[in-house]
Design a protein around this ligand. Structure first.
Ligand SMILES: [Zn+2]
Length: 483
């Protein structure tokens, strides 16, 4: 047990300082978002404490610039009973966390522009904190007017307090309190502090659609669109080394700020005693974050191999850095620019190749991971096994590949979607020839870049790149609902 209840005096002073600063983070969020985002609602840039060299603490104590008065009343009275995922949203958030007590408080600002082409009057925000963290939303507002969200399953249903027309923009704030889990069992590993490591996946309320969290297997019950910019400040009770989706842009010690561009999530893993080792592939810096006893050299070597071989087939990796972090347990897990490798995982070469493949299938091209797992898991596992020469037969009987994660058993989900799905893609490659096959895959990645695609789109793109009728000869029986 690493918990130390008898905090030394210095730590107590640090916590006291942190609590004092915590309230001003909320104010700083205002100023930061005005600095970094496209100008929301006619706000003007702050003029103090904001140069890149300033420390995060200096920014947090800057005086408030006065309440931001919206230039227009974006939200107008009425209701249309509608929402959309086709919105453009920039996210900024501060996490105040206590590594010791597992308290995890989030103060979020979403600057959302209605790019859906139709009027909406609510958002549906996904976060696992609702299912794993005992989340309690303590405050929510839209353009500084309080609203009353409700929470079902892993979705925050947030009324906008009126109608947001196409093209209009609103500032949505959500604050929640939660507590990280303390084990890695079940789904706890997605939001826990265990074995000396804190890890949080899908913690940031993100525009999504209601998607059941419970499933009979390890499928990912998520669907998220790409945000052009995410800015996260983490304030912690002790110095922690963080591996995140983003890049650290400011701060040090207890308060650090990270930023990510064109990502569909912002995951993090951290430990006070993470060591980092790095290498480069082309212009991409690969970093492995781990505690002692972890096979960091093996993971780094596997990541270099996977990134270079997969990029050669699929096109350039989209970010400047690629982080891989040792996690407390559970499963390997993908997020943009960051892969989780659980403590004790075997077959690291394969696991790293699979999770790295998700940078293209899930990361660059998104999908509904819950309702169409073939789209990212079959494609990812096919690529991983292709570059490593690891194809094998399935250990489950021939199955449909068009079902949701909720319809596959724990015993056969992996064998059906990953193995049989990957084998179907490999058989397709042999039938149409590698040149045409990889051209089709790159076409699919380019067409749906930073969007959400479908399994049907992947299959159709393959079919469009060959004179063979793949639909009639190969896909119809495996995807009966699509044909
Ligand atoms: Zn996967």
């Amino acid at each position: 047990m690493r918990l130390n209840w008898a905090l030394p005096r210095a730590a107590l002073l640090a916590v006291a300082l942190l609590l004092t600063l915590a309230t001003s983070f909320e104010l700083a969020l205002d100023a930061r978002s005005r600095l970094s985002g496209p100008e929301p609602l006619g706000g003007r840039p702050a003029t103090v404490g904001a140069s890149p060299g300033d420390s995060a603490v200096a920014q947090t104590v800057m005086p408030r610039q006065g309440a931001v008065a919206p230039a227009v009343d974006a939200i107008h009275p009425g209701s249309v009973n509608a929402t959309s995922m086709n919105l453009t949203a920039e996210y900024a958030a501060t996490i105040n966390l206590n590594f010791g007590t597992r308290a995890f408080k989030v103060n979020e600002l979403i600057v959302v522009t209605n790019t859906s082409g139709k009027a909406i009057d609510r958002l549906e925000l996904n976060t696992v904190a609702a299912r794993l963290g005992g989340m309690r939303v303590t405050r929510a507002s839209v353009d500084d007017v309080a609203v009353s969200p409700t929470v079902t399953d892993q979705t925050i249903h947030l009324p906008l307090g009126g109608v947001l027309d196409p093209g209009a923009q609103a500032r949505v704030r959500v604050t929640y309190l939660s507590t990280l889990r303390s084990t890695t069992s079940g789904s706890n590993w997605l939001f826990t502090r265990a074995n000396g490591i804190l890890e949080a996946h899908r913690w940031l309320p993100w525009i999504s659609r209601p998607t059941p969290f419970d499933r009979p297997n390890h499928g990912d019950p998520f669907v998220t669109g790409v945000s052009p910019r995410v800015r996260i400040t983490i304030a912690s009770d002790r110095v922690i080394r963080w591996a995140t989706t983003g890049e650290q842009v400011s701060g040090s010690g207890l308060v650090k700020t990270f930023e990510a561009i064109n990502v569909r999530d912002f995951a993090l893993a951290g430990a006070p005693d993470y060591a980092v080792r790095s290498a480069t592939v082309g212009s991409v810096v690969i970093r492995v974050w781990s505690r002692t006893g972890f096979a960091a050299a093996t993971v780094l070597s596997a990541a270099k191999t996977a990134l270079s071989k997969e990029a050669a087939l699929l096109g350039p990796y989209p970010y400047k850095t690629y982080d891989l972090a040792q996690t407390a347990g559970g499963y390997g897990m993908e997020s943009p620019g960051l892969t989780w490798i659980p403590t004790g995982a075997g077959n690291l070469g394969y696991l790293v190749a699979h999770e790295t493949g998700h940078q293209w299938f899930y990361g660059i091209v998104g999908d509904d991971q819950a309702r169409q797992p073939f789209d990212d898991e079959a494609a990812t596992d096919f690529v991983a096994r292709y570059v490593l020469g690891l194809r094998r037969a399935s250990r489950c009987s021939t199955a449909r590949l068009d079902l949701t994660i909720y319809q596959y058993s724990s015993a056969c989900y992996y064998e059906d979607i990953y193995i049989q799905g990957g084998n179907l893609l490999d058989d397709t490659r042999r039938a149409m020839g590698s040149t045409a096959f990889w051209a089709a895959i790159r076409d699919y990645l380019a067409t749906y870049r930073f969007r959400i695609a479908t399994t049907q789109a992947l299959l159709k793109t393959l079919d469009d790149h060959t004179p063979l009728d793949l639909g009639a000869t190969r896909f119809r029986t495996r995807f009966p609902s699509y044909y």
